[in-house]
Design a protein around this ligand. Structure first.
Ligand code: FAD
Length: 280
């Protein structure tokens, strides 16, 4: 079973020390790679670089920076790609990104497929390029067909693999995967998995990124009110079953959105690994 963990760049030295502990704990599980988001949640691109360097120096893991083209000039993007190449990083997650509301220019590159082309132009085959995919479709997509063809455009521009937005409905993932096959998209599509730990935060995130929380999950979570233990236990059960179904249905791996916390993702991976061992 292949799996990876995503972090965001901490904003304080204390956050960075906590991330070091989190990443040490998760490295014990031997993931394929760690990834570090770019510009999300108000953090800067320097934050991504500093976090990637910290992880590389202290953990020695395969680390993949995310890079988003929106809001960046072409020359700034080229500089960052070259820095990552010089650091010896081998994997990159190429995205369009979202501009914080009220922030001016969108940048010279408008879509992620243009960034994938730029990375190939600047660094040839050096990087293994991951791109984003959306089992419940991107919030701005005009038609479902457009969204699928956008993934094809990213593959044709040189992407190697895709990681999805998180979702709680396995059928949405299987539908996207089968539709991709019909459109000649041969990229592995790795489900992005969001452990459930905090209800208000999950509802807020899901509204922004367009992920649906099915009613039966939402209502059950809300009914627990401040009972954190019940939320965690129910969340673990729901997400574990989702992961199991995805893996048994042929998903090529899992990518965990850790939100810089080790235990929810570590518990899921440990349970999944022991189930996989029992099945051998
Ligand atoms: P694109 O693939 O460019 O698609 C964006 C939209 O444009 C889609 O609706 C697509 O259908 C449409 N489109 C594409 N081409 C055209 C065209 N030629 N004409 C008209 N429409 C077109 N955001 C961050 O800021 N930082 C991160 O680190 C980050 N990490 C992420 C990691 C993963 C795994 C995922 C799934 C998302 C991540 N995001 C991140 C969020 C992402 O940046 C947003 O979802 C963003 O809105 C779209 O990025 P994209 O790379 O999918 O864009």
């Amino acid at each position: 079973m292949k799996f990876s963990f995503e972090f965001f760049p901490p904003k304080t030295p204390e956050g960075m020390s906590n991330l070091l502990l989190t990443s040490k704990r998760l490295a014990e599980l031997s993931p394929e790679f760690f990834s570090v988001t770019f510009g999300a949640g108000g953090s800067t691109r320097e934050g991504t670089l500093a976090t990637v360097q910290m992880l590389k120096e202290n953990i020695g893991m395969n680390v993949a920076p995310h890079l988003a083209c929106m809001g960046c000039s072409r020359s700034a993007l080229i500089d960052i790609i070259k820095i990552y190449q010089r650091l010896g990083l081998k994997r990159i997650v190429a995205l369009r990104g979202d501009l914080p509301s009220g922030m001016g220019q969108s940048g010279e590159l408008k879509f992620a497929y243009e960034l994938v082309s730029l990375i190939r132009e600047v660094s040839g085959d050096h990087f293994y390029i991951e791109v984003a995919a959306y089992p419940e479709f991107h919030p701005q997509c005009v038609t479902v067909e457009d969204d699928i063809m956008n993934l094809k455009a990213k593959m044709d521009a040189g992407a190697n693999s895709a990681i999805t937005q998180y979702f709680f409905n396995a059928d949405a993932y299987f539908y996207l995967r089968d539709a991709c096959v019909k459109h000649g998209i041969t990229l592995p599509i790795v489900p992005g998995i969001m452990p459930i730990t905090q209800v208000a935060k999950l509802i807020r995130f899901s509204e922004v990124c367009g992920a649906e929380i099915p009613q039966w999950i939402r209502k059950q979570l809300i009914s627990f009110e401040d009972d954190v233990d019940s939320i965690k236990a129910f969340g673990q059960e729901v997400v574990y079953k989702l992961c199991e179904r995805l893996l048994s249905g042929g998903a090529p791996g899992l990518h965990f959105y850790t939100l810089n916390h080790a235990e929810p993702s570590a518990t899921l991976v440990t349970s999944l690994l022991s189930t996989a061992k029992l099945a051998e």
